[in-house]
Design a protein around this ligand. Structure first.
Ligand code: IPE
Ligand code: IPE
Ligand code: MG
Length: 259
């Protein structure tokens, strides 16, 4: 008997059975609810971000152990600059503490770090932490841990459209030659090769919106929304989300195998 995933249930069934042949290759997560997690404990919002960082560590290892090929984590959006300066500063310092303590574990698990977003706008120390982590894990050929940092899908599309228009202007491409592949290649996810589109997109904390994340790339992703706030998200919750994914019938506009 398999237990169907219930989004209101924090998924305590540790024995959920997964089909090892159908693990989603690219899992993307909108890690949400840190602030509300802290508030419910009468703690400052940043305490939620700190605990959320520990969740990132646990979920990275869990995803890698399950055989996920790419784990994309939405860590900071192009709109998150609207938050109070103290909170933004804390979020900018988090990658520094995260990589300081976690790179040896990443290497041990053969996990390679990648980053997508407008990283040139981050504080110098954040940029350095990210650059060092990418360099230190460069030889790892297991799961890719892809952080979306100062990422926004609309900005990404504008940048991509500008790059395509420049190729046309330079005579390297004709308008007729622009196809879906051209767009795929112009987006930041092109660095993920064959895994550019998420198979499974998870959002925690009960919010059911996309908040400017991977708009083009999720055209046929399976979406899972869970009420669990990110600091409470565990390897078991991840398995429950993947179990839900495995019960979906992905048709891509066609008909299912068992018509
Ligand atoms: C997600 O948690 C982390 C970031 C967006 C950086 P939030 O900080 O958005 O937490 P809530 O949504 O306010 O609870
Ligand atoms: C999305 O969460 C961004 C990240 C998780 C980094 P937000 O908390 O910023 O999204 P909204 O404001 O609720 O849409
Ligand atoms: Mg939020």
């Amino acid at each position: 008997m398999f237990a169907f995933f219930n989004k209101n249930d924090p998924a305590t069934d540790e024995n959920v059975e997964l089909d090892a042949q159908r693990i989603p290759a690219h899992v993307a997560i909108i890690m949400d609810g840190n602030g509300r997690w802290a508030k419910s404990r009468h703690l400052p919002r940043v305490a939620g971000h700190k605990e959320g960082m520990n969740t990132v560590k646990k979920i990275t290892i869990a995803a890698s152990d399950l055989g996920v090929k790419v784990l994309t984590l939405y860590a900071f959006s192009t709109e998150n600059w609207k938050r109070p300066t103290d909170e933004v500063n804390y979020l900018m310092q988090l990658p520094v503490s995260f990589f300081d303590t976690f790179v040896p574990d990443l290497v041990k698990h053969n996990v390679r770090v990648q980053v997508m977003g407008y990283t040139d706008q981050l504080p110098a120390k954040t940029q350095k932490a990210v650059r060092d982590a990418v360099a230190d894990t460069q030889a790892c050929d297991g799961m890719v841990l892809n952080f979306a940092l100062n990422y926004g899908s609309r900005a990404e599309m504008v940048t991509g459209i500008q790059a395509i228009a420049q190729q046309v202007q330079a005579g390297k491409l004709t308008v007729d030659q622009i196809d879906e592949r051209t767009v795929d290649d112009a987006l930041m996810t092109s660095a993920l090769g064959q895994y550019h589109d998420p198979d499974l997109l998870i959002r925690t904390s009960g919010e059911e919106r996309i908040s400017n994340f991977l708009l083009w790339q999720i055209a046929y992703s399976e979406l899972v929304f869970t009420d669990v706030k990110w600091p409470d998200f565990t390897a078991t919750t991840l398995k429950a989300c993947i179990a839900d994914f495995q019960h979906r019938d992905r048709r891509f506009g066609g008909l299912s195998d068992h018509k």
